[in-house]
Design a binder for this molecule. Structure first.
Ligand code: ATR
Length: 285
């Protein structure tokens, strides 16, 4: 009897999920369940292993069978944006979406990665971004998603250095028009020597999950400069290790950004802003 009631109750719950490949280690279910508990929402949040062959069909089936919202992670963010009927300005500029939902018969797509980074930097780490000089390492999808939100937060100058400089040049050409008021420039890695120092250096390369960065010069960081890795892991990332060696005294990984982007997605779906601090603290512990 009790079991029957439980089944009925869970069937009536709103369903959410994160889709990506690989997905087994995603922390999103823990984060969204914690937010749901905090805000008194009854919901299910699962992991879905995405497939390169039928990602779009899987997304459509999820919503057709009563799903309420999807988070999208690597490597499907561009495809999520491309398949949506309505795309937010920030997802258009990012060229990618991490949050999907339905309004009527329309699939909408948004991108909360950039606001997640900005909130972590400003609210959790106490960084003043207005007027800041920021260096970003990397020019792939992760970098693209955060450029315009950094401009909107008041960053004065964003310098982008990438191992393959042509890719950084394309990124700047694509996004410069979307970032009025911010100086946006690309550089070869070797130019970092004479561009330093920076208030914040953000690692947006994929090296947190394996791989060493090319050399970084001493003097890269201003005296109170922050080294921020958009990646995270149980150990300090290769970038954070190198940053400490060359004198950065303030170091942060991307766990706070992960929780903040989830909070912004949660707010889009549920119209309530969860408290991120206890969730960040729990994940760190
Ligand atoms: P993501 O979506 O995570 O950004 P991506 O689009 O494949 O993934 O981009 C990976 C980024 O990490 C690129 O900027 C890549 O540099 P290249 O454009 O030169 O390939 C960067 N990257 C990956 N491994 C790197 C390494 N060992 N050193 C420096 N940059 C690296």
């Amino acid at each position: 009897m009790a079991r029957g009631w439980f089944t009925l109750e869970t069937e009536l719950m709103l369903r959410y999920a994160v889709i990506g490949r690989p997905i087994a280690h995603s922390r999103s279910p823990d984060i969204h369940r914690a937010f749901a508990e905090q805000t008194g929402k009854a919901l299910h949040y699962d992991r879905i292993e995405g497939s390169a062959e039928h990602f779009e069909q899987d997304v459509r089936r999820f919503f057709a069978t009563g799903g309420s919202g999807l988070n999208v992670t690597l490597p499907f963010k561009e495809r999520a944006r491309a398949m949506a009927d309505r795309v937010s300005v920030r997802a258009k500029v990012a060229g990618a979406a991490n949050t999907l939902g339905m309004q009527g018969h329309d699939l909408w797509a948004d991108n909360t990665d950039g606001i997640g980074l900005v909130r972590d930097l400003m609210d959790n780490l106490g960084r003043v971004l207005v007027g800041a000089r920021v260096l970003m390492l990397g020019a792939g999808g992760a970098a693209r998603g955060v450029v315009q939100p950094l401009a909107q937060a008041g960053v004065a100058a964003l310098h982008i250095a990438n191992r393959t400089e042509a890719r950084a040049r394309h990124l700047v050409e694509d996004l410069v028009g979307a970032c009025p008021g911010m100086s946006l420039q690309h550089h070869a890695w070797q130019a970092l020597d004479w561009l330093a120092p920076f208030d914040v250096v953000i690692n947006a390369t994929s090296t947190a999950v394996g791989g060493e960065l090319p050399k970084l010069p001493t003097g890269l960081f201003a005296s109170d400069g922050l080294a921020y890795d958009m990646g995270y892991g149980s150990e300090p990332t290769p970038f954070l290790r190198v940053a400490a060696e060359i004198g950065a005294v303030r170091l942060a990984d991307g766990l706070g950004m992960l929780v903040e982007q989830a909070a912004a997605a949660f707010e889009l779906w549920h119209d309530v802003r969860p408290d991120t601090k206890p969730v960040i603290d729990t994940l760190r512990a």
